[in-house]
Design a protein around this ligand. Structure first.
Ligand SMILES: NC(=O)c1ccc[n+]([C@@H]2O[C@H](COP(=O)([O-])OP(=O)(O)OC[C@H]3O[C@@H](n4cnc5c(N)ncnc54)[C@H](OP(=O)(O)O)[C@@H]3O)[C@@H](O)[C@H]2O)c1
Length: 338
């Protein structure tokens, strides 16, 4: 089969397709013929060597895909050849085939195209887990979402607005904020201009924010944490500003200084909380993940939510897809077709 093997860390141009042996199907695994792949910011960080959850080099890059079950391990029950599934994995999805533990292959949504399915799993689970499972969002909450036009961001805006919440969307450009408004955001603030964070404080006013989903870090995290109302919860699901070079102590110090953090004193003085989640560490616990997945899929079906597929590439154009995500130019999900 053809796959994108990460052999060293570096810029997007190091990525290309090569021929590798097909994966073998373990006894508790299913082998999936991949149709479409969802690109995640974590894969940009992995390529650069900045992602803690990556396996050792070399490995096939990629954490999610949609495809059709082609082979079933001898100890797997209840799965069928030809079943369309979404797969989540630490690695291996930038490929024509991927073998995963059967519990990590969840039923694809019938009403979605393969591209929409590829845009669904990681982003919507992250948004749902952050807002509903971690922050316990209520219908009356005012919710803030950063990087609101991105994969996780669009999912969070759709989920929170469909839940009945007032949504304040933050992003780095007006075009991105327009997309967030189209998806249901009631207020928008651009952190790409000089008026930030004052404009955020003006927008949220004395009412403040009840729930924030934050994925940028640095001064954006700080501004969001500062506008939490009493009983407010901020969930950190990412840190896209993270950038450092291992051999450069100043860049390491800057990265450390920009890490999202809150002092216990500011939490108890403000009755507010800092929470965090990482889907990767939940994958080994299907008994926890599956009920959450069922709640999420029921919700999106009830509210007729469709993922925002912003850009579609061929897998052979993986380097361009990474360049787009890194450039901060993408809106919605970047998907690669196989
Ligand atoms: N915890 C989890 O389980 C989990 C799962 C999936 C994703 N995530 C995190 O959620 C975030 C969004 O992921 P995604 O895959 O949906 O990506 P994405 O939002 O589609 O793209 C990343 C976005 O981050 C923002 N950004 C801020 N600083 C950036 C920088 N220095 N370089 C590039 N982009 C920057 C950009 O939006 P603006 O230009 O509007 O700032 C960009 O569009 C990431 O931080 C990712 O690591 C976490």
């Amino acid at each position: 089969m053809r796959a994108v093997v990460l052999r060293r860390h570096g810029p997007a141009e190091i990525l290309s397709l090569e021929s590798v042996p097909d994966p073998t199907t373990g006894s508790e695994q299913v082998l999936v013929a991949v149709e479409a792949i969802g690109l995640n910011f974590a894969e940009v960080l992995s390529r650069k060597g900045l992602y803690g959850w990556s396996p050792d080099l070399p490995y096939v890059l990629g954490m999610e895909a949609v495809g059709v079950i082609e082979e079933i391990g001898d100890r797997v029950e209840g799965r069928e050849i030809g079943e369309r599934v979404l797969v989540a994995s630490q690695f291996g999805s930038y490929a024509e085939k991927i073998a995963v533990t059967a519990s990590a292959a969840l039923p694809a949504l019938d009403s979605y195209t393969p591209e929409e399915n590829a845009a669904f799993g990681v982003n919507y689970m992250t948004a749902w887990v952050s807002l509903l499972e971690m922050a316990r969002m209520r219908h009356t909450d005012r919710v803030l979402v950063t990087a609101a036009a991105g994969g996780v961001g669009t999912a969070a805006v759709q989920i929170a607005s469909s839940f009945g919440c007032e949504v304040v969307a933050l992003a780095s450009s007006d075009a991105k904020l327009q997309l967030a408004r189209n998806l249901g955001a009631t207020d928008t603030v651009c952190y790409g201009n000089t008026g930030f964070p004052d404009q955020l404080l003006d927008t949220v006013g004395s009412r403040g924010i009840d729930v924030a989903l934050e994925t940028v870090g640095g001064h954006v995290f700080k501004a969001c944490a500062d506008c939490l109302a009493p009983f407010g919860r901020i969930v950190v699901a990412g840190y896209a500003e993270l950038d450092y070079k291992l051999w450069n102590p100043i860049s390491l110090w800057r990265a450390w200084r920009g890490m999202p953090r809150m002092s216990m004193e500011s939490m108890y003085r403000g009755s507010k909380g800092l929470l965090s989640t990482h889907l990767g560490y939940l994958v080994p616990y299907p008994e926890i993940v599956r009920p959450v997945w069922d709640r999420l899929t029921t919700f999106v079906e009830e509210h007729k939510i469709r993922p925002i597929v912003g850009h579609v590439f061929q897998l052979a154009d993986v380097a361009e897809a990474h360049q787009l995500m890194e450039s901060r130019g993408s809106m919605g999900k970047i998907v690669m077709r196989v």
